[in-house]
Structure formats: structure tokens, C-alpha cells
Design a protein around this ligand. Structure first.
Ligand SMILES: C[S@@+](CC[C@H](N)C(=O)[O-])C[C@H]1O[C@@H](n2cnc3c(N)ncnc32)[C@H](O)[C@@H]1O
Length: 318
């Protein structure tokens, strides 16, 4: 007898928009499911239950700690599954090039609660910890290298582009001034420098003053947008006709990229709008399941405030 869902422990990541993901991907027995962001396996467990013992699961995660959760998942579901450790921006194109095909692909972007809540990973601005922020702990680039080594101009660019930080210039200047005296080692030192660099009224309201810089650093350390850009076309290539893709994003930069990709693949034709007839001959490849992104319900927001910025977009391969 297969359990309906995995039984998560109290400290695990809570899968966001779980019902909506299940409905969007409409997994049936016999299908191949790819969860490209396995995490604690919450979504994978829900999707695997719909296989009813027949089908295959491919789980991907770049964080080595995902292995423990994967072993528990395998034990509890007994479904045919394998875990590929790596960046989905590399693994999905490799699978596509090897001719692997899938019926349902999920990307639940960003970091998990296990990553956020483990202070030593350095993702959180609310606990003092080493400046790390790597999802893949074997990778070389850390937040410390960026903060201590990148030029002021590069810091301004990532704070603006990835954090949409209004005070990017002031913060970058303060970082460079401080690191000349003493390099940054801890998240707490960076938080203090950010707080001191912005005007006093901006320290209150609009969330924590370090939130946007931390988001920018995390995106840069993990090249999150580069991975997504490489993953989306590979996911589309791997889907069988009628197969479904679902992407949950947590900030506007990711959501914009997903939205534009789906629009482009829905439209097909890439001819300039003033061309009287189509000369490119490209056909639509995807059909969006919902026009607008799906957001968490009030009940989900109350139960899991971390779901607040989640946006789900899903599409069917035509
Ligand atoms: C939001 S969590 C997913 C949680 C999961 N859906 C669950 O229910 O437990 C995102 C996970 O994706 C992983 N991840 C993020 N970007 C990745 C990438 N480019 N390649 C592989 N894994 C990635 C993170 O390490 C993290 O474990």
C-alpha cells in the first residue's frame, strides 16, 4: 500500500501550492516525472503517489544534503526513482541531449526551509553566520568572495539587477570602504554595513533592510537566472506531447523569465508584427494552463507565510 504523501518532519520544507501543482501536472500511473528541485521531496512525494506504483521519478538537486531526504522518499514510496545531484541548468540539457523524455516536470525555484534555517549555510540575514549562500557546497564561489572581491561597480550591478535595491550605490560604496579595513566574514557584519549605508527612514518598512542585498547575493552566488534560462528550453525538449511543465518562482525576475518563455513558446511565430504573412514557420509548442500565475490561497498563507511570494505557471506541450 503506497502512502498518499510523504510524512514530513516538523523542520522540513513545506511544499508550496501543493494541490495546485498536483492538478497542473495531472500525473497518471505509468508516467515519468522529473522534480528538478527535489529539496525535502515534498512535491515529489505528492506526484509519486499519483503514479500508484507504476512509473518513474527523476529527482534533481544541487544540494548534497538532498540525498538524505531522497533515501527517505525511496523508502516511503517504493517507486522507481533516482537522484541526480547537480544544477538543473546543466542536468536537464544533458538528459535532453541523451534522449530522455518526461511527462511532467516541476521546478520549485529558490532555497528550501532546510537551507534557510541552517545558520551555517549563511542564507539568512536574521542570524549571524559565515557568508556562504552556496546551494551546492562543493562549488568555489561563495558570498564572501563576492562581497570581498568584486568591484564596486559589479556590486552595484547585482544589487540593482538581482535585488532591485534602491540604495545599491550607497551600499556597495560602504562595503568597499569597510572591506579595505577588514574583510567581511560573517552575515552580521554585512547586515550592519547595509543598515549604516542607507538613510534612517529606509531602515524601517519594506521588510528587513538587508533583504534585497541578500537576495541579490544568493542569485549571483548560485547563478540562479542562468540556470533557469538553460533549464526551460531543455525541459520543453524533454516533454512528450501532452506532457506538462510547472514552475514556481519566488521573485519577479524569475517569474518574468518564465512568463516570457511560455509566451514565446505559445505564440510560435517569431516574425515581426508588421509582416503580412508568417515566414518563420514556427508552430506553438506550449499552451498555458492558466492565463495568470496561481498564487497561494489565504489558508495556505496563514499556514505557511513563506509561501507569500510564490507564483505558479504551468503549461502543456502541444
Ligand atoms: C524551494 S526548494 C524545493 C522544495 C521541494 N519542492 C520540496 O517540496 O521539498 C528548492 C530546492 O531546489 C534546489 N535548487 C535550486 N536551484 C537549483 C538548481 N539550479 N539546480 C538544482 N537544484 C536547485 C535547492 O537546493 C533546494 O533544495
Amino acid at each position: 500500500m503506497l502512502p498518499n504523501v510523504l510524512q514530513p518532519s516538523a523542520t522540513d520544507h513545506i511544499p508550496v501550492l501543493a494541490d495546485e501543482v498536483r492538478e497542473s501536472l495531472a500525473v497518471q500511473p505509468g508516467m515519468t516525472v522529473i522534480d528538478a528541485t527535489f529539496g525535502a521531496g515534498g512535491h515529489t512525494g505528492i506526484l509519486a503517489a499519483a503514479l500508484n506504483g507504476r512509473g518513474k521519478v527523476i529527482a534533481i538537486d544541487r544540494d548534497p544534503t538532498a540525498r538524505t531526504y531522497f533515501e527517505r522518499f525511496e523508502k516511503q514510496t517504493g517507486v522507481q526513482a533516482r537522484l541526480l545531484r547537480g544544477d538543473f541548468g546543466v542536468v536537464l540539457p544533458q538528459l535532453a541531449a541523451n534522449g530522455s523524455r518526461a511527462d511532467a516536470i516541476l521546478l520549485d525555484l529558490g532555497v528550501s526551509s532546510m537551507q534557510l534555517d541552517r545558520p551555517e549555510r549563511g542564507f539568512s540575514y536574521s542570524v549571524d553566520a559565515p557568508l556562504d549562500m552556496r546551494m551546492d557546497t562543493s562549488q568555489d564561489l561563495t558570498a564572501s568572495e563576492i562581497v570581498n572581491g568584486w568591484t564596486e561597480r559589479d556590486l552595484v550591478t547585482i544589487f540593482r539587477r538581482y535585488g532591485e535595491e534602491r540604495y545599491a550605490r550607497q551600499i556597495a560604496r560602504a562595503i568597499v570602504r569597510r572591506r579595505k579595513e577588514q574583510p567581511f566574514e560573517r552575515t552580521g557584519e554585512l547586515v550592519d554595513t547595509i543598515k549604516n549605508a542607507i538613510p534612517a527612514p529606509a531602515r524601517f518598512g519594506e521588510g528587513h533592510p538587508a533583504k534585497r542585498v541578500f537576495q541579490a547575493l544568493r542569485i549571483a552566488v548560485n547563478d540562479e537566472l542562468g540556470s533557469l534560462e538553460a533549464a526551460l528550453p531543455a525541459a520543453l525538449e524533454m516533454l512528450r506531447p501532452g506532457g506538462r511543465l510547472a514552475v514556481i518562482s519566488f521573485h519577479s525576475l524569475e517569474d518574468r523569465m518564465v512568463k516570457q518563455f511560455l509566451r514565446e513558446k505559445e505564440r510560435g511565430c517569431t516574425c515581426p508584427p508588421d509582416f503580412p504573412i508568417c515566414v518563420c514557420g514556427q508552430e506553438p509548442e506550449l499552451r498555458a494552463i492558466e492565463r495568470r500565475p496561481v498564487k497561494p490561497s489565504a489558508a495556505e498563507l496563514a499556514a505557511n507565510p513563506r509561501s507569500a511570494s510564490a507564483r505558479l505557471r504551468a503549461a502543456v506541450k502541444t
